[in-house]
Design a protein around this ligand. Structure first.
Ligand code: GCU
Length: 335
């Protein structure tokens, strides 16, 4: 698997951003304020961004103005994999990425990109809030990535008829279709199991890729489908809900370990409050997004999920013998 080749302009931009960030991920300014830089790839209208604004506000208040979070949204400093790598070297303090690309750093996070593991939102959240779910956040420590919380990212479904008249209504329709996935080997396997040809492309490049027919289809949750404006190009949204991939809030271990215990507690509290707020916003954002795409002429269909599930069932068994298989069984057995 490889991501799309990066053009020289993007490489230059990366260099520039890298030099800008170097040494500035967490800095004390003149008034001795600890400033944490947080970059993410979603738009400012998303629930994630709004919840981050609350996080920043609460940290400022809790710390009596001695800590600040500066947010860089919309992928202006790069894409998710780059953010993770910048955290690893301590050049960026915080980010929020999908758990899918995180699997390249924390193997267990593959669990979220395996289709039909969670029965519904409630099942997912009971797992995320369980001891095992919380422990997973700490698993990146040896890679200098500390997870501090999960944001809701609902469940992902296919969208198609993006210029090319290739609808996905049933699993068989994926045959021969080029489907964009995140940079995640497990997502590649899922699309392949459905007969499609998986193409990893970064989120920021996807609108153009859909428009130009580089890929025929993609998949995401309703707010992302709507707020990315991909609905302008893709006219069929098939709610098969194959995966429930949460977003993960990360801080560079370098930065975290340099904070005092008190500063860590303030930050964790601000994150926890932000997480609660985002979950409230999420439910509403999902409803609104579905209404809005329908109003814009997108056909939203609810296929027989069991048909999709049957096609990818063998994927679960393919993990037998690996540690993740036990986790899979544990989750499926949760009441
Ligand atoms: C979701 C997720 C993003 C991710 C995107 C993607 O929108 O919240 O973090 O980048 O999916 O499919 O790339």
């Amino acid at each position: 698997m490889g991501i799309h080749s990066i053009n020289p302009l993007i490489q230059w931009r990366k260099l520039l951003i890298f030099s800008l960030l170097l040494g500035l991920a967490a800095c004390k300014n003149d008034q001795d304020v600890e400033v944490l830089k947080l970059a993410h790839n979603l738009d400012q209208t998303t629930s994630v961004h709004q919840a981050m604004v609350l996080m920043a506000k609460r940290l400022y208040e809790l710390s009596g103005g001695t800590m600040r979070i500066d947010i860089y949204p919309s992928g202006q400093l790069g894409q998710e994999r780059e953010y993770i790598e910048l955290l690893q070297i301590g050049s960026l303090a915080m980010t929020k990425v999908s758990a899918s690309p995180m699997e390249g750093f924390v193997q267990e996070m593959r669990i979220f990109s395996i289709p039909y593991v969670f029965r519904d939102e409630d099942h997912l959240w009971r797992f995320l809030e369980s001891e095992k779910g919380k422990a997973m956040l700490a698993k990146g420590e040896d890679k200098r990535l500390r997870g501090v919380g999960y944001y809701d990212a609902g469940s992902r479904s296919f969208y198609s008829q993006c210029g090319t008249n290739r609808p996905i209504r049933r699993p068989g329709d994926l045959a021969g279709l080029k489907v964009r996935v995140q940079e995640s080997q497990t997502s590649v396997r899922m699309v392949q199991a459905l007969g499609g040809s998986a193409t990893p492309i970064s989120w920021g490049e996807l609108y153009t890729a859909l428009q130009q027919g580089v890929v025929d289809a993609a998949e995401n949750n309703p707010p992302s489908f709507f707020l990315s404006k991909h609905f302008e190009v893709c006219k069929l949204y098939t709610i098969d809900e194959h995966t429930a991939v949460p977003d993960v809030i990360l801080i560079s271990s370098y930065i975290w370990n340099n904070l005092s215990a008190q500063q860590q507690a303030w930050l964790q509290q601000a994150v926890d409050e932000s997480v609660k707020y985002q979950r409230i916003l999420w439910a509403e954002a999902t409803r609104e997004a579905l209404e809005a795409v329908k109003a814009a002429g997108v056909e939203v269909v609810y296929p027989d999920k069991a048909e999709f599930q049957a096609e990818v069932e063998s994927m679960h068994e393919s993990y037998r013998g690996e540690p993740i298989y036990d986790l899979l069984q544990h989750i499926k057995a949760m009441q």
